[in-house]
Design a protein around this ligand. Sequence first.
Ligand code: F3S
Length: 387
Amino acid sequence: MYLDSEDEKILAGEQGETRQKMLELLVALGKVFGAERLVRIRSAQVSGASYKTIGEYGLAWLSSLDARAVVPAVLNPIGMPRERWQEMDVEPAFAERQQAVITAYERLGVNLECTCTPYYLRETSFGDHLAWSESSAVSYANSVIGARTNREGGPGALAAALIGKTPCYGLHLEKNRNPQVIIEVKPDEKNRSIARYGALGYHAGKMVGNKIPFFRGITPNPDQLKALGAAMAATGAVALYHVENVTPEAKKNRFNLSSLEAISIEPAEIDMLFTGIPVDAVAVGCPHCSPAELVDIARLLKGKTVTKPFYVFAAQGVIENNQKTVDAIEKSGARVFADTCMVVSPVMERYSAIMVNSGKALAYVPDMCGAVARIGTIEDCVTVATS
Ligand code: F3S
């Protein structure tokens, strides 16, 4: 694997033990995956931020490191809103350990934006090389923006943030970004809502595993693409997908699809995921809400009062830039929380059934929160939360 003179100095320990170990990790990863070189990255997004998932062992490892990020780096959602954890009813003992994790990352120069939608806060462009780790963010970056990132583990993404490079293999290489299976989505009489795209992704991810699908028959907008990709990354391991005439590489490239297997998905297969089970809480914003989604929630909640806990999750920067909309949502009694989500916060474990509008949350809530999950449209979520 080619390393430049700067890399050799880091490997020789001239810039400290942490940077030496981090580069050793990247080189080892590169060798495993056959990378010929490292590539400079524009940003990193680091998972392993919730104390719920990394625990004491992860915290001790983070605390032992001594270096600073050399590219913009953000964190994945943590287990609580940094500023409003008491309002979310987070246990003080958990909050204290979560704060220790945050402090450890801050010392490493990682920006404390804790979100799975870093693309709303920092410009990410077609062709950028990244080292992102949260699977829905990886899917959005690759598929919707046309940037290039593998699905990094937390340590790999952190190492890339501290070194500014990542091994150049997998989805960093053009030749590995071609479609591998066609999905024909049959016409659907129902409105293709964000939730319905999430359900489509939930179903499709199970069918394609880690292949790169090429969709036909749909014309999703960016929020719908976000929902589709997040769910496929959860039930499968899809890190890149294309949608005919919609996503940037599908518009730019002439893929040769002639030899690919084609799968078709009927509306009835999606309908089956929409159950009417009773729930005791509603949670939306998986992935974190866009400004447009917040506007939609505020419109639907106008003049209403929630009768069940209604959680809305979004990035802190998105909340700050849309404070009036957030205030309008909270007037109903719903709460818009930053930094965390329905899957990584321990608070959600107190509910036995949670309604979501996300295919990814539908997949993760049962295992991560120990609750039954029900998917519905945002209109259904508001109706259930206010009746
Ligand atoms: Fe984001 Fe949490 Fe969903 S990290 S994608 S809101 S599970």
